[in-house]
Design a binder for this molecule. Structure first.
Ligand code: SAM
Ligand code: TMP
Ligand code: ZN
Length: 424
């Protein structure tokens, strides 16, 4: 019998699947709607020649029939994902760096105007948001278990704690630094299966009039854009306003605001406070109404999503094979975590895509998880340009295409696969 909180992916063959699925949040029944098979850890890039013992788990997602949270059915142990060598760095995208600078400026102008405010960021990574807070002389702490990322934050002048944010670490922070006026998190809160402990930690640490603000990919956009590759180990939950409201209320908070964001292919920023501390914005009810009409709590919506993923997979593989049969060269662009799902679910191999270019130093010279496609620096992209580039970093299409303008000018074409396979 599986109980909430017991969704370990580790079986004797390391691919064990839970015999039944209960919601990690409410204990309700989770109905599987899509499965992508055996998958590697999405950010576990391998050193060439050292690929033995690669870890795999079974990637499937389901909908909780009770609280409506979309969630994975198996969990990768957190220390295997977030550690010293976790390679992702927010600053590799100039548009995300700008986005977080604006987030920090807005906090400085609105929430942080009182005496000696304190800000905590959960999943601060290389410190790109807190740098602006630090430069303004405001007390802050970034919490992130990935030591390499935390060191990068410290080099930027950000105070960092190498730790998993959860109830115990939050209580220790409160003891040492006092209550936080703002707790912020981006693209991290939904990565944490033990999300209840995080909310208990927020309960420990948040000032009575403080806000917990988090940004995450938005389920409505994922469904609309058929972005099946947004499902991978790190995206344990896929949030919408209804499921988030159910979640935070369960832990004694109130959802007081929601904003839609254009980043990462469509995201939402949620603002949570202690009950009665803030007047809820009308946007919350508006989002809830829209989500009802979009069917975000209906299994049929997700069954269709799974069918869409199969069509994209078949169309993409047909296109890649046809192009190779005609002697065309294809290179991948952006060794994203989500490309692990796209590559390993579709079955893309080095025969089709011999390498992927990426600007992240810690990914270069390594092999993509599962497929073992080599990762090369962006300079390899133009030496020489391929005929086609498969854009795995489609969420950064504008930034990448602007940067690589010469590729298109010299006749190169981009292949995108969301919302449908198309060439530009
Ligand atoms: N916030 C950055 C952004 O939006 O680009 C980084 C997002 S990155 C995808 C997720 C980060 O969350 C990683 O740096 C990881 O180490 C961190 N993380 C994972 N679990 C965490 C936890 N329990 N507490 C704090 N950080 C965590
Ligand atoms: P993300 O979609 O999770 O933000 O990951 C984006 C990946 O793409 C990351 O590995 C950095 C890489 N990247 C480039 O190589 N060039 C670029 O111009 C951008 C924006 C990202
Ligand atoms: Zn549930």
């Amino acid at each position: 019998m599986t109980r909430p909180g017991d969704h370990s992916a580790q079986g004797p063959d390391r691919e064990g699947r839970p015999d039944m699925s209960l919601c990690r949040i409410c204990g309700g029944t989770v109905t599987e709607f899509v499965e992508f098979g055996r998958q590697p850890i999405s950010d576990a890039f391998l050193v060439p020649g050292r690929t033995d013992g690669e870890y795999f788990y079974h990637l499937a997602a389901g909908l909780c029939q009770s609280c409506t949270m979309v969630q994975l059915l198996a969990e990768v142990p957190r220390e295997m994902m977030f550690h010293e060598d976790y390679p992702y760095r927010t600053s590799e995208s100039a548009s995300m760096a700008k986005h977080f600078e604006l987030v920090a400026k807005r906090f400085l102008e609105t929430e942080l105007t009182g005496p000696d405010p304190f800000v905590v960021e959960i999943g601060s990574n290389d410190g790109v948001m807190l740098k602006t807070i630090s430069d303004a002389g405001v007390r802050h702490l970034g919490v992130d278990p990935s030591a390499g990322a935390a060191r990068a934050a410290e080099r930027a002048g950000v105070r960092a704690r190498v730790d998993f944010f959860e109830k115990t670490s939050a209580a220790a922070i409160r003891q040492a630094d006092g209550p936080a006026k703002v707790i912020f998190s981006a693209n991290t809160f939904s990565h944490i299966p033990y999300i209840g402990s995080v909310l208990e930690g927020v309960g420990e640490l948040l000032a009575d009039d403080g806000v917990f603000v988090f940004e995450e990919r938005y389920l409505a956009d994922i469904v609309a854009s058929k972005a099946f590759d947004q499902i991978y180990d790190e995206h344990y939950y896929l949030f919408c306003v209804r499921s988030v409201r159910n979640l935070v209320e369960r832990y004694g908070f109130e959802l007081v605001d929601v904003e839609h964001l254009a980043v990462h292919g469509g995201a939402a920023r949620y603002t949570v406070a202690r009950p009665g501390a803030r007047r809820p914005n009308a946007a919350v009810a508006e989002f809830l109404d829209r989500e009802a009409s979009l069917g975000l709590a209906d299994l049929a919506t997700f069954t269709q999503f799974a069918a869409n993923a199969k069509v994209i997979r078949d169309d993409l593989m047909t296109l890649l094979r046809d192009l190779r049969a005609k002697g065309k060269t294809i290179v991948g662009y952006g060794a994203t975590a989500k490309s692990a799902t796209a590559i390993n679910y579709c079955g893309i191999t080095t025969e089709l895509v011999p390498y992927v270019c990426d600007s992240t130093p810690d990914k270069q010279g390594k092999l993509m998880p599962g497929s073992h496609i080599p990762v090369r620096p962006p300079a390899a992209f133009s030496a020489p340009y391929p005929d086609y580039a498969l854009l795995f970093a489609w969420n950064h299409a504008e930034e990448v295409m602007a940067k690589e303008k010469e590729f298109q000018e010299s006749g190169g074409k981009w292949i995108l696969y969301v919302p449908d396979v198309h060439v530009v």
